[in-house]
Ligand binder design. Structure first.
Ligand SMILES: *[C@@H]1O[C@H](CO)[C@@H](O)[C@H](O)[C@H]1NC(C)=O
Ligand SMILES: *[C@@H]1O[C@H](CO)[C@@H](O)[C@H](O)[C@H]1NC(C)=O
Length: 316
């Protein structure tokens, strides 16, 4: 081997090592986000002229576009607009289902939700529906599919009735086949402090539209920053609002909508992929929905990234 070649080889090895060392956890979150976007929205197609032995070129068709303008006040979601949205329920022996909470798909096996959803008087969460839009219609442009909950993973620091660490995961009985109707939200790359607005979605929350809606609804909400420090006085928060682990989000206008489903996501659009979302928060407490300018508390997902990564690794 010539000296130049040895030098080249050394450089190559060094580059590889640097590459591997740069695979920090955030890089992994970015990678899996990009992978989902590719799997669902990109298609490799052969392009050729119509004569014999014409050369074939491969091109990627990318159908990831079209984030929708958001409207303050609740409006029905469009078909395929929120593929990570899950609904959690209790299904009894007679196959009657009571819907309890919302959730967010974050991998092909895991659904993120609020830990308090596991303590519903309606029963244990044992079923998850994905790909649904309107519960009252089977003619809507949706592909609903039910999954059995195989394992419930509550955050170890959660303590029922307190609102701290209100985060949990559900392991589904089988892998979700990703499509434009069902695929995960990306984990947050940032903590959400700099986001001006969020999108909350849901069907069920009493305070979302005054009553349960059969249609999935969306609402644009505003980041209230540290305002919850002074506006919150709850028995469930004996140590007060926690800036590190919670987000304070509300609506500046008096609307009949102020929240998503408990356990459901507050989302931000991905900066580069308009077809993808980050799950920034989990709807935790719907206090003060009757009043404009009184924010609610959401679990800040970014704070729990290490725990989420551990559970994601275990589920694979
Ligand atoms: C139970 O209900 C679900 C959803 O409505 C349906 O897909 C499933 O086939 C039903 N199972 C039985 C055993 O009736
Ligand atoms: C907020 O929560 C974190 C995690 O539980 C804790 O370490 C921190 O002390 C809390 N901050 C306050 C001000 O209570």
């Amino acid at each position: 081997m010539t000296e130049a070649n040895v030098a080249r080889l050394l450089l190559f090895v060094l580059a590889q090592v640097t590459f591997v060392m740069c695979q920090d956890a955030d890089a992994l979150a970015k990678q899996s986000c990009t992978q989902v976007k590719r799997d669902v929205f990109e298609e490799r197609v052969a392009i050729s002229f119509f004569f014999a032995n014409a050369p074939v070129r491969w091109e990627t068709i990318d159908s990831c576009h079209g984030s929708r303008p958001l409207i303050v006040g609740g409006t029905p979601a469009e078909p395929k607009e929120f593929p990570p949205m899950a609904r959690l329920g209790n299904r009894d022996r007679n196959n009657d289902t009571k819907w309890i909470c919302g959730g967010t798909l974050i991998s092909n096996r895991l659904v993120l939700t609020a830990a308090h959803c596991l303590y519903s008087e309606k029963g244990a969460v044992n079923v998850v529906r994905l790909g649904e839009l309107d519960f009252a219609s089977d003619q809507d442009d949706a592909e609903p599919e039910d999954f059995v909950v195989q394992e419930i993973i509550e955050h170890p620091d959660y303590n029922y009735q307190m609102l701290y660490h209100d985060i949990a995961l559900l392991l589904l009985d089988r892998a979700v086949k990703f499509s434009v109707y069902k695929h995960p939200a990306c984990l947050p790359f940032v903590d959400g402090d700099r986001s001006e607005n969020f999108i909350a979605i849901g069907w069920g929350h009493k305070k979302f539209a005054g009553r349960e809606s059969t249609k999935l609804l969306k609402v644009k909400l505003t980041n209230f920053g540290t305002r919850c420090l002074t506006s919150t006085d709850l028995d469930e928060l004996p140590n007060g609002y926690n800036v590190s682990t919670m987000l304070c989000i509300g609506s500046p206008e008096l609307k009949d909508t102020c929240n998503g489903d408990s356990g459901g996501p507050v989302l931000n659009y991905h900066d580069d992929y308009p077809c993808m979302y980050h799950v920034m928060g989990i709807t935790s407490s719907g206090i003060g929905c009757e009043n404009a300018n009184v924010p609610s508390i959401y679990t800040r997902v970014h704070y729990y990234l290490d725990w989420l990564r551990q559970e994601l690794a275990k589920s694979r």
